[in-house]
Design a protein around this ligand. Structure first.
Ligand code: PM9
Length: 459
């Protein structure tokens, strides 16, 4: 018998109890949180779809690996295991562990960017762009236009628009572009993949102009799965093979290991170039720790090495993305406007379409995320104009065509029934969406304002 379904390739050994709250309690909790779901206590959340970062469930093998932690200050055996795993699975020669993804972004930006440089990318990511800007660069979005259109069914919305990239090279000169940042399964576009054909074209263009490709590989395995399913010639390749091919086309990578690789904390900077590695080592000892542990404990490096291999198993990824699709299809069947095609790690609700009566300057996605929490106890996250933030130099709001609420699915954590409840919450809220009102800031942090900003309802 051939099994078509994507049932999870694991069984449950331990559970964590969660609490259901009353609407009255949730109303109080979100008020105290300044209408920002990041400021809720997790004990007040029933189903937590805030993020897929650091909240995945580790396997028994990963937990066993934790007991094999070698916490020596220098030369931990777990580092060498991690380095070997990254080299074998992802192709990169050098590994520098960091406390999480942004630690790697910090070091990469500092070693590669000079003030006045430009860094193109297939859409911005909040922490990535901030580190580029703090190092003196201007980020330039070179993703295809379809990525900014929630209803476009383009199968590779993460693709780089080569015309936009070439126009930038022409305008500022290749010498002011140290690298292009290419993300796999582009988070802010809705977890949308880049194709290998497109990445190969980017490689060719970069080779002509001497520009490096730095890979934000936070969700590379999910991208590899979409290539297997959608790109001609890859149907019989494994996710592990495709992942290796993607990485081989790039010069280095930053990784938030808290996503694909299913650890609760950690990340790394991976490089191929000897000189860049030497420069990065000089900084890693200042900002993170010695180069053989950087920002991570030995036990966490061990769990990460094991998690990387688990993340590349076809059965794992099929079930992971199967669950995301399950939630997405439920919402689509109920005519809830979401970003299409369904992405790898989350469902993105189109807040502009759901709340057409709220102008974007009144943060409809922020208001929708707060209302969804009150309605259902499900915690989600704004991914729109609040996340886009302000330009560090001009102080003006960055524009964002996308105004989304992200329902992010942690890996190996929730069941299909949780997805049913989450979908019911959204569908029930849709019926009273016209009662949701716009918001204004009562406290706006200078950087990454979505994390700690506070809001009130516009009178
Ligand atoms: N992403 C997420 O929830 C957690 C922080 S922002 C709410 O999606 C990419 C593509 C990410 C990412 C984090 C980082 C930074 C870099 N690139 O959070 O520092 O999605 O480990 O990684 C989050 P760290």
């Amino acid at each position: 018998m051939t099994i078509q379904s994507w049932a999870e390739p694991y069984k449950i050994k331990m559970v964590e109890l969660i609490k259901m709250t009353s609407r009255q309690e949730r109303n109080q909790a979100i008020k105290e949180a300044g209408l920002n779901t990041f400021l809720l206590k997790s004990d007040d959340v029933y189903i937590d779809l805030l993020t897929d970062s650091g909240c995945g469930a580790m396997s028994d093998k990963q937990w066993a690996g934790m007991m094999n932690g070698d916490e020596a200050y220098a030369g931990s055996r777990n580092f060498y295991h991690l380095e070997e795993t990254i080299n074998t699975c992802y192709s990169y020669k050098y590994t520098l562990p960091t406390h999480q993804g942004r630690g790697a972004e910090h070091i990469l930006s500092k070693i590669m960017i000079k003030p006045g440089d430009y860094v193109p990318g297939n859409m911005y990511f909040t922490t990535t762009r901030l580190h580029q800007e703090l190092a003196g660069a201007t980020f330039v979005d070179v993703i295809i236009d379809e990525a900014h259109d929630p209803s476009s069914e383009h199968l590779f919305k993460g693709n780089v628009d080569l015309g936009k990239f070439e126009a930038l090279i022409e305008r500022v000169g290749a010498e002011r572009i140290p690298y292009i940042c290419v993300a796999t399964c582009v988070n802010m576009a809705g977890g949308q993949p880049i194709s290998l054909a497109n990445l190969r074209d980017v490689r060719k263009l970069c080779d002509v102009h001497g520009i490096k490709i730095m890979h934000d590989m936070t969700r590379v395995a999910e991208n590899a799965f979409f290539i297997q399913q959608r790109e001609e010639g890859y149907g019989d390749k494994t996710v592990a093979m495709i992942t290796h091919e993607i990485c081989s086309l790039t010069d280095g990578a930053t990784m938030s290991a808290k996503k694909d690789a299913m650890v609760n904390i950690g990340g790394f900077l991976a490089l191929n170039d000897d000189d860049l590695y030497e420069k990065a080592c000089e900084l890693v000892v200042i900002y993170e720790g010695l180069h053989t542990y950087g920002g991570m404990a030995g036990r966490d490096m061990e769990a990460l090495a094991i998690g990387i291999r688990e993340s590349l198993c076809d059965n794992h990824i099929r079930a992971r993305i199967g669950q995301v699709e399950y939630l997405g299809k439920k919402l689509m069947d109920a005519n809830v406007p979401i970003v299409r095609p369904i992405g790898g790690h989350a469902i993105f609700l189109d807040a502009k379409a759901i709340l057409p009566h709220i102008p974007q300057e009144q943060y409809p996605a922020q208001a929708l995320a707060a209302a969804l929490y009150v309605e259902s106890g499900v915690r989600t996250m704004e991914r729109g104009i609040v996340s886009a933030g302000r330009n560090q130099e001009t102080g003006k709001n960055h524009g964002s065509k996308l105004e989304l609420v992200r329902m992010t699915i942690p890996r190996r954590v929730y069941t299909q029934s949780h997805m049913d409840v989450a979908a019911e919450g959204v569908i029930s809220l849709m019926e009273k969406a016209d009662r949701i009102r716009g918001l204004e800031f009562t406290y706006e942090p200078n950087c990454l304002r979505f994390f700690m900003g506070r809001f009130k309802t516009v009178e």
